[in-house]
Design a protein around this ligand. Structure first.
Ligand code: TEU
Length: 575
């Protein structure tokens, strides 16, 4: 049993998310793999990480095997061992909302209505319109376009798939199914020594039993967004409590739940309160949802800095006075790159932008998660890339749907491409840029990597930044990670307060613990900006993204400072 009264290891951890397909290819087939991760483990250790995470594909046909192109169970054992030898932990992605349609459970389930595993998935009879047309059980829209229901001729029923039709949803209402998930997907890997899980789509297991049509938000289509009906369902907390009692409590395992569609802090607290053991922490989605459209995530909408600041403040402050915990992240494998989304990836702006965001994130309360490539300032797909360069099912299906609906209207398609270029999941899935050699040193496959390498790999890569040392984005991240650890009491655990929250150009915030104070001032524009330091006594300039220059300017009296474009500075007092 985990003792929740002592501080758990994972609060101060710096986690690094790996997307295996795009991290490092070891066998020249163009696709990243586990031995590739192993070959770069000392790079990760050197970054100052305490943790890694592996995403092994989201349509799992056997929980107790590894997708062969990524490697074998033995490779995973080696990776777990290599992490532990270096004092690092390993967290796996746990995909238990659905399996692949190739999983033996589903093959049995679809074989007949009387099969004992029929009820392990969600099967429903068709509905019929007045004219006799067959209709799906509800009008729900899948994340990957089209319906969430697939009709199966063999038994004349539909099965539910919130994601692709190859990803049928498991029926968590069935007790036996839940036990099988705990055994096969969880105990199997915990017994091998993994330290915990990022729990995929953690709030979608309880769909309720009422399957109702969703209201019409986008009149152009039959299918409508329906997360109100399947996310955070009635038995969600009961299932998570059971998962802890039956499995997680028997290991010192950490969980970070992926929690989309949950903007209400009270509801988030229901998941992360430590005394009611459900999840150690969650990825709340407000920050990564910024700029997404109401009708569809890929209808990009402009946003303002005060909106971003309010989101940061909200999810910093919601745990105050509670026993809950929070996370700090702004990238993962489902999102556009943070420099391109929240700052600027223009030629002379991307390096300062990367440092600005690094400084902000490393000063925030919660467990810090860095996504592969973020530490070298990787940026979004170039705007010139056509749809053919995109690989992600969600983006490609959305493009096809809009092309069909608009009859290839050029204005509509230009808007779709712009949205994908900012928000598309592929932005985060380009091969990791290791060096300036062909295919960025990701692969030596003659045909290249599974996905096109960024045009700017010669400029933005690990090898070059290691050579440039402290001045590079990578150097800055290493410094900030070290700094965060040195002042963990106030940076990882302190109380947050925002200043001038309506200012459209700058972000000023403070952190407090006992007598210690931290002030952070950030310029989110390409012009010089004046900022006012918080009224904390004895602030001393300590770290900045233009450190040497800033040092010379500091020492001036008063609380007004002039910041360069995209500049950030951090001040300490009482340390
Ligand atoms: O994502 C689930 C999810 O809710 C979304 O945020 C998802 O990213 C999608 O883009 C929403 O439009 C998880 C994984 O992170 C994602 O990579 C998988 O594709 C998905 O589950 C299915 O397993």
């Amino acid at each position: 049993m985990t003792d929740i009264s002592t501080k758990p290891w994972w609060k101060d951890a710096v986690c690094y998310q790996i997307y295996p397909a795009s991290f490092k290819d070891s066998n020249g087939d163009g696709l990243g793999d586990i031995p590739g991760i192993l070959s770069k483990i000392d790079y990760l250790k050197d970054l100052g990480l305490t943790e890694g995470k592996v995403d092994m594909g989201y349509d799992i046909s056997d929980y107790e095997k590894v997708y062969p192109p990524y490697g074998s169970v033995k490779d995973m054992e080696n990776l777990i061992g290599a992490c532990h030898e270096r004092g690092m932990k390993l967290i796996l992605d746990l995909v238990i909302n659905h399996t692949s349609d190739q999983h033996a459970w589903f093959k049995e389930s679809r074989s007949s209505k009387r099969n004992p595993k029929r009820d392990w998935y969600i099967w429903k009879p068709p509905r019929y319109a007045e004219d006799g047309t067959r209709l799906p059980p509800t009008n729900w829209r899948s994340y990957f376009s089209g319906q969430t229901w697939e009709y199966d001729e063999h038994t004349g029923e539909y099965y539910l798939h919130l994601f692709a039709k190859e990803q049928p949803d498991l029926n968590w209402e069935n007790e036996e199914t839940r036990q099988a998930i705990y055994d096969s997907a969880m105990r199997f890997w915990l017994d091998k020594g993994v330290d915990g899980f990022r729990v995929d789509t953690v709030n979608m297991y309880s769909k309720g039993v009422e399957f109702k049509d969703a209201p019409i938000v986008d009149g152009r289509f039959y299918e409508q967004p329906a997360w109100l009906y399947y996310a955070n369902g009635p038995r969600m907390h009961e299932f998570l409590r059971e998962m802890n009692q039956k499995v997680l409590n028997h290991y010192d395992a950490v969980t970070v739940g992926e929690l989309p569609h949950t903007p209400d802090p009270k509801k988030v607290l229901d998941y992360v309160g430590a005394s009611d053991k459900q999840l150690s922490m969650v990825f709340q989605f407000d920050i990564v949802d910024l700029g997404q459209g109401r009708e569809h995530k890929y209808h990009f909408e402009e946003w303002t800095l005060p909106q971003l600041k309010r989101i940061v403040a909200k999810w910093q402050q919601f745990i105050e006075g509670t026993d809950g915990w929070t996370t700090v992240f702004c990238e993962n494998h489902d999102q556009g790159r943070s420099i391109s989304r929240y700052a600027s990836d223009a030629a002379h702006e991307r390096v300062p932008s990367a440092k600005l965001l690094s400084l902000m994130l490393c000063a925030l309360t919660g467990t810090l998660f860095i996504y592969q490539g973020q530490e070298i300032g990787m940026i979004n797909v170039p705007p010139s890339w056509p749809i053919d360069a995109y690989r992600d099912i969600e983006s490609v299906n959305f493009y096809k749907t809009m092309a069909a609906q608009s009859r290839d209207d050029p204005a509509e398609l230009a808007y779709v491409m712009r949205s994908l270029q900012i928000l598309g999941r592929d932005n985060a899935r380009l091969p990791m840029q290791w060096d300036g050699s062909e295919y960025a040193g990701f692969t030596d496959c003659p045909g290249g990597a599974w996905m096109r390498v960024h045009d700017l790999y010669g400029e933005i890569n690990v090898e070059r930044q290691v050579r440039e040392g402290e001045a590079s984005v990578l150097g800055f991240w290493k410094r900030m990670i070290k700094f965060r650890k040195q002042h963990a009491d106030v940076l990882v655990h302190g109380a947050f307060e925002g200043f001038g929250m309506e200012d459209e150009s700058t972000f000023v915030f403070g952190k407090r613990v006992a007598e210690k104070r931290v002030a952070v001032v950030l310029n989110f524009t390409r012009e010089e900006q004046e900022v006012e330091l918080p009224d904390y006594e004895g602030l001393v300039f300590t770290v900045g993204s233009y450190e040497d220059a800033a040092k010379q300017e500091e020492g001036a009296d008063g609380r007004i400072r002039k910041l360069r474009p995209w500049e950030g500075r951090l001040y300490l007092s009482g340390c």
